[in-house]
Ligand binder design. Structure first.
Ligand code: NAD
Ligand code: MG
Length: 392
């Protein structure tokens, strides 16, 4: 039986993964090693019981007693804290879902690759903050990373059997998020609730707000560069409000291969779970005649400065991705906490990048995971310092 673990099992991607594992046979078909979550201990325990997991881990030490109580009599181990997450990632597994949100997902993913597991990577922050290092770790241990972002899964599928040398461009689509049609002069006033209403996808709150600011697509530009090794100039963003075409790959003969599907993350998760086979998945089938038409537009970089910032980050290389991701996470926290406005997020990220460039230089080569973690901490501290001066 295939051994599987799910990091971030109680989140949006985690629940969709749990759903597929259950539909594909549950404990009869998979041997579940570790499931991890946060404060939703009752849900984590219920998932662990349903799949007969070896261990359930909450990220919070103060939730351990509650988790133990919820698992009483089940024979399932309970653990808590950052070290316990790493220990869970060391436990041998064939397939590991990385679906923690934020840079906190990086270290467990690293450890899962070190034991040779196939890493189904939803945690895009890992690639933005430490892409080259993560890919090198995967290669060093003969492990594999499979994309679980709808655009990157789509590109991956469009590339099956193709020669990368024939790829002219990669186009990832963006719905435009909750505020796509807002007048520009009102964006500064957008509230957390306004930015949290995604038109097409049901996702965690952080990625939903990142979709409204386009920081999500900015991260995905970097993610595309890392996964597919293409030059930044060959990667394009296309606004596509319906979220039906997830990505397109253009080849040197002019052919454009598009991947289409209903906006349901179980497609990308299921593809990674069953790869290289395709298995029947419970996703809606498209009725193109009923849809009638699809629309596309070029992204407006005035509305969405995050896209321009991502291009600057890709050009800088080195630790720029680490700083970018850390600053973006602090900016998002500050927006959610009401400390800065919607447009203040991109201002804060730009200022943090400029400060870090002045202080340490962004082009500095990345040598180790420790260096990434230290840079991440420095960039967060810098961004927090700047929040006081960043009231727009
Ligand atoms: P979510 O907020 O719904 O769930 C996050 C999970 O991580 C939860 O289980 C939570 O308990 C856990 N977690 C949060 N902070 C943690 C920490 N510090 N340490 C350990 N565990 C922690 O998030 P989501 O929307 O499922 O997104 C998960 C990841 O997948 C993100 O990186 C996101 O960008 C990516 N992703 C999500 C979608 C989507 O449709 N939701 C699509 C593509 C990519
Ligand atoms: Mg995506």
């Amino acid at each position: 039986m295939r051994k599987v673990s799910v990091f971030g099992a109680t989140g949006s991607i985690g629940e969709n993964t749990f759903d597929l594992l259950q539909r594909q046979g549950g404990r009869e078909a998979f041997c579940t090693v570790a499931l991890t979550g946060g404060r939703n201990v009752a849900r984590l325990a219920a998932q662990a019981r349903a799949l007969g997991a070896e261990v359930a881990v909450t990220a919070h030490e103060d939730c351990l007693a509650e988790l133990r109580a919820a698992l009483a009599g089940s024979g399932i181990e309970a653990a808590a804290g950052a070290e316990a997450l790493l220990e869970a990632a060391d436990r041998p597994a064939d397939w590991v879902m990385s679906a923690i949100v934020g840079a906190a997902g990086l270290a467990p993913g690293f450890r899962a690759l070190a034991q040779g597991a196939t890493l189904a990577l939803a945690n895009k922050e890992s690639l933005v903050t430490a892409g080259p290092l993560l890919l090198a770790e995967s290669a060093r241990h003969g492990a594999r990373i499979l994309p679980v972002d709808s655009e990157h899964s789509a590109v991956f599928q469009a590339l099956v059997g193709e020669d990368m040398a024939a790829v002219e461009r990669i186009i990832i689509t963006a719905s435009g998020g909750a505020l796509r049609d807002w007048p520009l002069d009102q964006l500064a006033q957008a509230s957390v609730a306004d930015a949290s209403r995604h038109p097409n996808w049901s996702m965690g709150q952080r990625i939903t707000i990142d979709s409204a600011s386009m920081f999500n697509k900015a991260m995905e530009l970097i993610e595309t560069r890392e996964y597919f090794g293409v030059e930044p100039g060959k990667i394009e963003v296309l606004v596509h409000p319906e979220s039906i075409v997830h990505a397109l790959v253009g080849f040197r003969d002019g052919a454009l291969m598009a991947h289409m599907g209903a906006p349901d993350m179980r497609h990308a998760i299921g593809y990674a779970l069953n790869w290289p086979q395709r298995t029947a998945l419970p996703v809606a089938r498209l009725d193109l005649a009923a849809l009638g038409k699809l629309s596309f537009a070029a992204p407006d970089e005035v509305r969405w400065p995050a896209l321009r910032i991502a291009r600057e980050v890709m050009a800088a290389q080195g630790i720029a991705g680490t700083v970018f991701n850390a600053a973006k996470e602090v900016a998002l926290d500050a927006f959610i906490a009401g400390q800065i406005g919607f447009l203040g997020m991109s201002t804060l990220v730009e200022r943090t990048l400029a400060q870090m460039e002045a202080q340490v230089g962004l082009g500095k080569a990345v040598e180790s995971l420790d260096m990434i973690l230290q840079t991440d901490a420095e960039a967060r501290a810098q961004a927090r310092l700047l929040i006081g001066h960043n009231k727009d």
